[in-house]
Design a protein around this ligand. Structure first.
Ligand code: G5P
Ligand code: MG
Length: 215
């Protein structure tokens, strides 16, 4: 199965992708995680991406398409995967379609997570992420058992630089202008599934499973 998970910052794309990967043995491809790893390792890509990410802006399309081409069709390419955070612009979606045509691959479904923006701001302000395995927590609704430590691997939990109030607002604005047009783009393909994403992560996961396998 090949899926795209779409939705505004903080709606739960990473959380649901981790659940799907665990349940169905798929590979999680998060462009945000790839860029944060590059920044941590001070690579050329990291240097390039850092300025955009701290401002809540998008990294240029050609850079992102190059990363995805390598991840999906390079050495060690996965067969079953979920794209989390890509595509994010019409140009990225068109570039991805071209790659799929060249490699004779088809996407099975595009999941659009749908939730109220006010809920999203609260979720992002309380998010903590594991530096080691990228597991996602929430200080209000899903805190780790031990403060500052990941339940899964014991790694250090940190708050993302772009989860400050003013950057969150900017990211939501960028989503509305540059990424939301993808909803209409994918509606035309007939593969878009709209998933109610309020409630608990487990409830949202049930909604996704109902859409994908009927229960
Ligand atoms: P990212 O890393 O792709 P965003 O902004 O798209 O970042 P983000 O912030 O990672 O998305 P998410 O993955 O949708 O959000 O949400 P999450 O982390 O799973 O959950 C957020 C919080 O809510 C957590 O605390 C979680 O516990 C809680 N939560 C989750 N689900 C639920 C639920 O169902 N119920 C409740 N109650 N709580 C829940 O991109 C970052 C930057 O990288 C660059 C850009 O600069 C971008 O801003 N970038 C790209 N640039 C260009 N093109 C691309 N393709 C790019 N990809 C990344
Ligand atoms: Mg995420």
């Amino acid at each position: 199965m090949k899926l795209i998970i779409l939705g505004p910052p903080g709606v739960g794309k990473g959380t649901q992708t981790q659940k799907l990967c665990l349940a169905f043995g798929m590979t999680h491809i998060s462009t945000g995680d790839i860029l944060r790893e590059a920044i941590k390792n001070r690579t050329k890509l990291g240097e390039q991406a850092n300025a955009f990410m701290t401002k809540g802006e998008l990294v240029p399309d050609d850079v992102m398409l190059g990363i995805i081409d390598e991840k999906l069709f390079g050495k060690h390419a996965p067969v079953n995967y979920i794209l989390d955070g890509f595509p994010r612009t019409i140009a990225q979606a068109e570039g991805l379609e071209k790659l799929f045509i060249v490699h004779k691959v088809q996407i099975d479904a595009i999941l659009l997570l749908d939730a109220d923006v006010r809920k999203i701001i609260d979720r992002l302000s309380a998010r903590r992420t594991c530096r080691n395995c990228n597991a996602v927590y929430n200080l209000m609704t899903n805190p780790p058992k031990q403060t500052g430590r990941c339940d899964a691997c014991g790694g250090d939990l940190f708050q993302r630089d772009d989860d400050k109030a003013e950057t969150i607002t900017r990211r939501l604005d960028v989503y509305t202008r540059q990424t939301k047009p993808l909803v209409d783009f994918y509606k035309k393909s007939g593969n878009l599934r709209i998933i109610p994403a309020t409630g608990t992560p487990d409830e949202v996961f049930q909604n996704i499973k109902k859409e994908l396998i009927g229960g």
